[in-house]
Every structure is written in C-alpha cells, then in structure tokens.
Design a protein around this ligand. Structure first.
Ligand code: COI
Length: 356
C-alpha cells in the first residue's frame, strides 16, 4: 500500500475562468492525482502530476465493459481563505461500496482523502468564491488490463481531477422541471443501482434526451419492476413535502445513497421537521398534488446541491408545485447547507474538514 505521494508541478499555469462563465465540469485545473493498482504491488505509485491526457491501449478493459466507479465532492474557499471539504469520508465509504459491487480492489479511504487534500491545496487558487460556485472533485477508478474477456481487470488506475464549477442546472437555484419516466428504467434491486458506476449513467441517457426534447431538465425514475414507486432523479435523490411531512424513498438496493440526502435528513431531524424514509408511489404523490397537500419537491446531490422542483410531467399532466416557486423548506435547507459548506453557518454536525 502506497504511503507517500510523488509531486511533479506543472511548468505552465492555465488561465483561470471568469466565475460568471462557469458551467458544470467543462474546465479543469493544472494538476491531477494518479495511483495504480497491480496484484503484486496493490495500490502504488501515488503521484500528483500536471493535468494532461493519458495513454491507454485500445485493448484496455475500460473501453469495453464499463467496470468503472466514481465519486463527486466539493471544496469551498472561505472569506478568510480557508479551504473546506464536506464529509469526504462518506464519499470514500461509498467508493469502496461501489468497488465491492464492481469487483474493484478496495482503496484506503484515509489515504485517498490525504491525496485529495494535497491536490486541492496545490490547485487552491482555482477554487471560485462567488455565489453558487465551488471546486468539484472527481475521484474515479478505471480498469487498465489489456484483455477482451469478460472478467474483473487485474490492473487499475485511480485518478482525481478538479473542476471549478457553477450550477449543475442551467436554471441555477431556480426550480427545475422533471419528467416522470414511464418507459425506461434505471436499476433494479440486485443490479448496480446503489453503486456509483458509469453504466448507470449511460443507461439513463436515452430517457434524459427524450425528456430534454420535451423541455424537461431530468427524469424521475420509477422502480424497475412495477414502474410504480419513486426512486431518484438522474443526478439527485428526491424529497417531497406532503402535508407538513418531508418524505424520501427509502434505501432499497437500487437507489444511490447520496451524501447530501443523508445530510438533509439529519438537518430536518435537528430542526424537528418531520421526515420519513419510506417506499412512496408516484400515485401517492399525484393524489397529494390533487388534494393540494404536495407543498414542495426538491432534489439533492453534490453537483446539484438542493434543487427545487417546480413541475413534474406525469400521466400527460403538468403538476405545478408551489406555483413553480422555491418552497420555504427547500430554501432553508439550501441556505444552511451551503452556509455550512462555505463556513458561514455553524457546523453543528461536524461535517466540514479543513484542507491545510
Ligand atoms: C454528483 O452529484 O456528484 C454526481 O455524481 C452527479 C453527477 C453524475 C454529475
């Protein structure tokens, strides 16, 4: 197991983007972290290098059967120039859960957090500070063995790249419109739905593209068997506020256990706002809408943070929520969570880690 990190700094520094031009995930910083795995050496050769293309054989397994996993987390820079990370240990826990499902060797989460902190501190000047911006951190693992048989690779690369980002959705913090998907499905219990693996996202593209043509930002997935129970949105977990109670689909083996989802549940409990994780059908949500008690809906995710939902398209009907406006609970959650992440709100939960 690797313990030290070789550092090679880039001779050239790229120009940094204007914060108002930032989109999600299009610009990358000057450096990246790389570490290799072989059966003989385990994870080894940890290094920080200039960000640049990598060379792989066309026979590398990454190009063939999708044995990949990834994570997403964010770094923020405070007004007194501290750099903060939000719950990185949860991402490492989930990375190992994904590794286990995809037959990828376990990583040492503490070591990867150290590597990630080192990388972020080297590229610290890239962390944007204006409202709604942050530095998105993308750790990922790819299989690199040259082999066309279907089997777990014997060799891997773990890499971390950094991207200064603005909002994930073009709507920014304004409510998004979501299409309730009734044809395609994302995952079933026993599949890979709970892992953060590329294939889950590849299989979502067709539905997403069709929804986009109809003017919807993302799709809401229903369960893969009966197409009845709510699961998650393309890049977020989902919450509804119905008659004063916040509900979110329970962890069931096919939905992703989001770090933001987990944080939101804890925050609601702390505020004594009723919150329940349960199996919830889209019909129940629709009935609540018809009775006028579907008060708010919002998605949660690292990339999306808290994204209020202003409309669902379901059964050929537009369900307009809270007159298409951001609800009070969604707003309070967004303000408090981003405040904790940026160090302007007290971190009562002990979620924030400083990068020194
Ligand atoms: C994240 O929220 O970090 C995600 O992984 C969503 C991503 C697929 C953009």
């Amino acid at each position: 197991m690797t313990t030290n990190i070789q550092i090679t700094l880039s001779e050239e520094r790229k120009e940094k983007p204007q914060p108002e031009q930032l989109e999600f995930g299009r610009i990358f910083t000057d450096h990246m972290f790389v570490m290799d795995y072989s059966p003989q050496k385990g994870w080894h050769d940890a290094r920080i290098e200039p960000f640049e293309p990598i060379t792989l054989s066309p026979a590398s397994m990454v190009f063939h059967y999708g044995q990949t996993v990834f994570e997403g987390l964010k770094a923020y820079r405070t007004s007194d120039d501290k750099v903060l990370l939000f719950r990185p240990e949860k991402n490492m826990e989930r990375l190992n859960l994904s590794n286990e499902r995809l037959c990828i060797p376990e990583i040492d989460g503490e070591f990867v957090i150290e590597a990630l902190k080192k990388l972020v501190s080297i590229d610290k000047e890239w962390i944007p500070t204006t409202e709604g911006t942050s530095l998105y951190i993308r750790p990922f693992i790819i299989p690199t063995e040259y082999y066309l048989g279907v089997a777990p690779s014997k060799f891997y690369k773990l890499m971390i790249i950094l991207s200064p980002v603005g909002s994930y959705y073009k709507e920014g913090i304004h409510p998004v419109k979501i299409f309730v998907e009734n044809q395609y499905v994302r995952a079933v219990d026993g599949g890979t739905g709970k892992a953060k693996t590329g294939g889950n996202y590849a299989s979502s593209l067709k539905a997403q593209e069709e929804a986009a043509k109809k003017g919807y930002s993302q799709v809401l997935w229903l369960d893969g068997i009966e197409k009845k129970y709510v699961e998650e949105v393309g890049s977020m977990n989902i919450f509804f506020k119905i008659n004063g109670e916040v509900v979110t689909p329970e962890i069931n083996g096919s939905i992703l256990e989001g770090v933001t989802r987990n944080s939101i549940i804890q925050m609601l409990k702390y505020w004594n706002i009723p919150v329940k994780e349960k199996r919830i059908s889209m019909e129940e949500v629709y009935d609540a809408y018809k009775e006028g008690v579907l008060e708010e809906a919002f998605g949660t995710g690292t990339a999306a943070v808290i994204s209020p939902i202003g409309e669902f398209y379901y059964k050929e009907e537009k369900m307009i929520i809270n007159k298409g406006q951001t609800g009070d609970v969604s707003k309070k959650l967004y303000d408090t969570l981003t405040g904790i992440q940026k160090g302007t709100e007290e971190d009562v939960f002990g979620w924030v880690t400083e990068v020194k």
